[in-house]
Design a protein around this ligand. Structure first.
Ligand SMILES: *Cc1c(COP(=O)(O)O)cnc(C)c1O
Length: 379
């Protein structure tokens, strides 16, 4: 790995390498799961699940990706300013100023409730120009979206908002990753009922979308429906269901910054929670919880050194981690260390870290700190 300074001024050896080619292969693998007429909305919120939304969005082709979805107007504007030429959907919720901004920059607005719909209608009326929206229905997540009792008001608003262009109606599964859960089917039923009710009142959209990664990888997609997929594009291992079609995109590495021998009985790290039980080689790594490496992995995860697993010992500090490399032949200062990814025939997955830390792979990915520079390969 290159250690040189780069134009952005990255000197720390702790970096995340993002494999754009792997990301694009995942895009293709997901597209192959889609029924006829369906298209992919690539979800690149939270800075592309920690990978960097702009480089990934730029790598996407209009032919493969119908839209890019993000959570906030800041995220949408970052893509807009980077001249991404794929339509952007902001999932929201948005306040009034953000709605006006979205309208101005022709960012498609995910409308999450009747108040927001009214605000969009107001903006569209003032501008006297079409504002494109996707209308979200709550089919059983209980979070955002219109519920049954909001529909009449939504119909009323839309009937008097000629500049509001309803491009799609959508909803969000809450249990699609659990094949045994009957709630998924009940959400489909609820969604269909609500869509029918809107249609009965003269409100129709040319497009629908409901499936996230889990639903898409389980083929719970109606022909012609779009899908909103995030995690699968980053190789979500559990979504792959043993098919090995999806590849990890992130490789997180650092280097040994200090290497020492400590005698038996030496405490290591804050709180002296670990004490060497033998004469030990302890390597210190310049990465910590301020970089998003979960504190919960203190004494509870491995890293890869010279193709071997080495356990983290003691507490993870803000900027440092200590690992026990006793018995790893030829280990040396400045050796490359893998926190997430492959080295030799060993691999540490985000899922492994998430499970050990008692969290989600999603959280591990999007917690990787801003101070960890991302480098892009395979683009
Ligand atoms: C984040 C998000 C998705 C993508 O979920 P994945 O599980 O990462 O595929 C889809 N839809 C909405 C509304 C989201 O917020």
């Amino acid at each position: 790995m290159s250690t040189a300074t780069d134009p952005a001024g990255h000197w720390r050896p702790t970096t995340v390498e993002v494999d754009i080619a792997a990301f694009l292969r995942n895009v293709d693998a997901v597209r192959e799961m889609l029924p006829p007429g369906s298209r992919l909305i690539a979800v690149l919120k939270a800075d592309g699940y920690g990978h960097g939304a702009v480089p990934l969005a730029r790598a996407c082709s209009k032919h493969h990706v119908a839209m890019i979805a993000v959570a906030s107007m800041e995220e949408a504007m970052a893509l807009h300013e980077a001249a991404v030429d794929i339509p952007i959907l902001v999932l929201g919720p948005l306040g009034n100023d953000e709605i006006a901004l979205a309208a101005e920059y022709e960012i498609v607005i995910g409308v999450t409730g009747p108040e927001m719909l009214e605000a969009v209608a107001g903006v569209a009326k003032r501008r006297r120009r079409p504002v494109r929206i996707h209308l979200k229905l709550d089919s059983g997540m209980g979070r955002m979206g219109l519920v049954e009792s909001d529909l009449a008001r939504a119909v009323e608003i839309l009937a008097h908002a000629p500049f509001v262009q309803l491009d799609a109606i959508y909803s969000q599964y809450s249990t699609a990753s659990d094949p045994g859960n009957p709630h998924t089917a009940s959400q489909v039923t609820r969604f269909r009922e609500m869509v029918d009710k809107l249609r009965g009142s003269g409100i129709e959209a040319p497009l629908e979308h409901m499936a996230n990664s889990a639903a898409t990888m389980r083929s719970l997609v109606d022909p012609g429906s779009f899908v909103r997929v995030g995690m699968a594009l980053f190789g979500g291992e559990s979504l792959d269901r043993g098919r090995s079609a999806l590849e990890p995109v992130m490789r997180w590495t650092t280097r040994i910054a200090r290497l020492k021998s400590l005698p038996t009985g030496s405490p290591v790290g804050f709180g002296a929670t670990f004490v060497t039980g033998r004469e030990s080689r302890i390597a210190t790594l310049p990465v910590g919880y301020a970089d998003g490496y979960p504190f919960r992995l203190s004494g509870n995860a491995d890293v890869l050194v010279r193709g071997r697993r080495a356990p983290i010992v003691g507490r993870i500090s803000m900027d440092l981690i200590t690992v026990d490399v006793t018995g790893i032949d030829d280990v040396a200062l400045e050796d490359d260390v893998v926190l997430v990814g492959r080295q030799g025939n060993q691999i540490i997955t985000v899922e492994e870290l998430a499970e050990r830390a008692g969290t989600l792979s999603y959280e591990v990915l999007c917690s990787v700190g801003r101070r960890v520079p991302r480098t892009y390969v395979g683009g």
